[in-house]
Ligand binder design. Structure first.
Ligand code: NAG
Ligand code: NAG
Ligand code: NAG
Ligand code: NAG
Ligand code: NAG
Ligand code: NAG
Ligand code: NAG
Ligand code: NAG
Ligand code: NAG
Ligand code: NAG
Ligand code: NAG
Ligand code: NAG
Length: 478
């Protein structure tokens, strides 16, 4: 990548939330200052870097030695990986340690189930930090999960994956190791690194405080289910900036399982995925509040901006600004029907609660999509105060998309036939303000089911205001 450090620090300082203690930056930047920090090389602890022999214990010993120098007032210690390929089983990252995977180094996750001893069920990661402070990963190199070795059958629509469910720890085909995890940790920084080919989710931030992720690339497989980019669960004060994510499943995906999620900012990213580029949920047992997504390009993804609120958590104060979104339809085996914006709250099943969604702002957004916008609340989980401002939406089909089906999955009503395809569908909305929005319909598609600009029933939709809304054909008929 090679971003000038000074530039990165300048940009970071101007971010809305300047989170990581300056001490961490200082020590990262001036890591070689005598007496201020320590660098330990995995080679000195016996790692071969030959890509054939497991280097697990050598790497773990280096991390543990680094960690022994950590006190809450000391600077960080780097574990450096010289050029080479380091095959490893699960590694535990610890407080005060930054993995420095240098430009020609690759950490290769083992493909065997025994490589992932689990302390708790679903605790399978190639690299994981548990309950750590001042901890991170950098160096310009690669962490690779060998995801292709977990494919049972390659399929252009959707790969069939191996399942390690023999232990009973998990069910179905979601039993695969994640790539990198930070769990119950504070002051986390992940930068200047490529995360490649995860077997399952890629970067998992769980119950963390003060996390900065910047200048990273995530390269998953376009056809692999659950190949999420960044999952942020139950965490506060997270900043993601300058990321490139090209993968199969949800690219930036905040979720709530055990507690709320506050203050997440994601800016300056490029995303392509066969699922949602940005998605809140579907795990949504607690609230989401104070999220900002700005300056993001979403390229030919199956869905653009999504919320699948299914479990009773409430969503509020979310901004999406300055985005170019193109969505296209790939295959019904993936959730999504090429919706550029998909905001839904419905109970997952008959025992689930209904969460509400309020105070959303979508501003300065250009859309080229195969389907319209879907805004669907539920009787006790209304969508309120939704704002669209300065948007150009062009609806045009270029795949074999067949119109009419509306996708409520997971759970809820499933796939429902609406016969038409609408520009904007609204259900259970109280307060929708549209200002300066242009909706264009492709004219090479007149015989298809494009026929309803705005679809709603007054019985479930209230307080709608349209100022400067224009709907028309992309090119005037002659
Ligand atoms: C987390 O680490 C701190 C020390 O940094 C320790 O006091 C605490 O017991 C640890 N918590 C858990 C759950 O392991
Ligand atoms: C990223 O890593 C490369 C290779 O190690 C290095 O040359 C460069 O300085 C690093 N950039 C930053 C911003 O740390
Ligand atoms: C593992 O998952 C597969 C695929 O869903 C299923 O057929 C099998 O019964 C599961 N086995 C166990 C032990 O859960
Ligand atoms: C995030 O903040 C909320 C509200 O203050 C708090 O309840 C929650 O425990 C915090 N989460 C973490 C992981 O610190
Ligand atoms: C997170 O960062 C803020 C601002 O620097 C600081 O006040 C807070 O103590 C940090 N939280 C943790 C858990 O380190
Ligand atoms: C979220 O950010 C706001 C505004 O900066 C701050 O007041 C609030 O304490 C933060 N919430 C948490 C849980 O850190
Ligand atoms: C938007 O993000 C791109 C990187 O995707 C960056 O090159 C550009 O400078 C950013 N624009 C602004 C206005 O920050
Ligand atoms: C969106 O496209 C316009 C026109 O090509 C460009 O000026 C703008 O920078 C793009 N914004 C993003 C976030 O990619
Ligand atoms: C969501 O809001 C409703 C109404 O205020 C409240 O009853 C419910 O407890 C909230 N959900 C959560 C997870 O806090
Ligand atoms: C929408 O299109 C108009 C007319 O071409 C242009 O002036 C405006 O900047 C565009 N807005 C966005 C958000 O792309
Ligand atoms: C939206 O775009 C306009 C015109 O480019 C700009 O003045 C405004 O600051 C932008 N709004 C946001 C929230 O970025
Ligand atoms: C659309 O379907 C036709 C007939 O099944 C097929 O020949 C064509 O390749 C398909 N096009 C796309 C873009 O999938």
């Amino acid at each position: 990548m090679g971003f000038p450090l000074l530039l990165i620090r300048t940009i970071l300082l101007t971010l809305l939330f300047s989170l990581i203690q300056s001490r961490s930056y200082t020590s990262s930047a001036n890591i070689k200052l005598p007496g201020d920090s320590l660098i330990l090389s995995v080679a000195d602890f016996g790692a071969t870097g030959d890509g054939i022999n497991y280097d697990t214990s050598a790497i773990q010993s280096t991390i543990d030695a680094c960690n022994r120098h950590y006190t809450s007032s000391s600077s960080i210690c780097r574990v450096t990986f010289p050029s080479g390929t380091y095959l490893t089983a699960k590694l535990h990252l610890r407080s005060g340690v930054v993995l420095d995977v240098t430009e020609n180094a690759v950490i290769l996750g083992g493909p065997r189930m025994e490589d992932y001893p689990a302390e708790t069920s679903l605790d399978w990661y190639v690299v994981v930090a548990n309950n750590a402070t001042d901890v991170g990963i950098t160096g310009g190199g690669v962490i690779d999960g060998q995801g292709s070795k977990f494919v049972v059958r390659f399929d252009e629509k959707k790969n069939v994956m191996v399942s390690w469910n023999q232990t009973g720890a998990c069910l179905g085909d979601e039993c695969r190791p994640r790539l990198v995890g930070f769990v119950d940790s504070r002051s986390v920084e992940i930068w200047n690194i490529t995360l490649r080919e995860p077997a399952y989710w890629c970067l998992d931030i769980v119950r963390c405080e003060n996390t900065s992720v910047h200048d990273i690339s995530i390269l998953g497989d376009f056809n692999t289910p659950n190949n999420d980019g960044i999952d942020i669960e139950d965490s506060n004060n997270t900043v993601i900036t300058r990321c490139h994510i090209d993968t199969g499943d949800d690219a930036i995906c905040p979720k709530t399982y055990t507690g709320p999620l506050y203050n997440l900012t994601a800016t300056d990213c490029w995303i392509r995925t066969k699922s949602s580029a940005i998605k809140l949920g579907s795990a949504s047992w607690y609230d989401f509040k104070g999220l900002v997504f700005d300056n993001i390009t979403i390229f030919e993804s199956h869905r653009g901006l999504g919320m699948q609120i299914r479990d009773g958590g409430n969503v509020s104060d979310i901004t999406f600004s300055n985005m170019n979104i193109s969505t296209r339809y790939y295959d019904p085996s993936w959730w999504g029907r090429a919706e550029p914006i998909y905001i839904t709250s419905c109970p997952r099943d008959s025992s689930a609660k209904e969460g509400s969604i309020s105070n959303l702002l979508f501003v300065n957004i250009t859309i080229n999509s195969e389907n319209g916008v879907f805004l669907s609340g539920s009787p006790n989980g209304l969508l309120s105060n939704i704002n669209f401002k300065n948007m150009n939406i062009t609806l045009r089909r270029w795949s074999n998309y067949s119109a009419g089906l509306v996708d409520y999955r997971p759970g809820c009503q499933g796939l429902v036939n609406h016969s038409a395809t609408s520009g904007i569908i609204m259900e259970h909305v109280n307060g929708f303000r549209v200002e300066n929005v242009d909706l264009k319909w492709s004219d090479d598609d007149l015989n298809s089911a494009w026929n309803v600009p705005l679809e709603f029933r007054p019985s479930t939709v209230n307080n709608v205001s349209f100022l400067g809304f224009n709907s028309g054909l992309l090119h005037e008929l002659v």
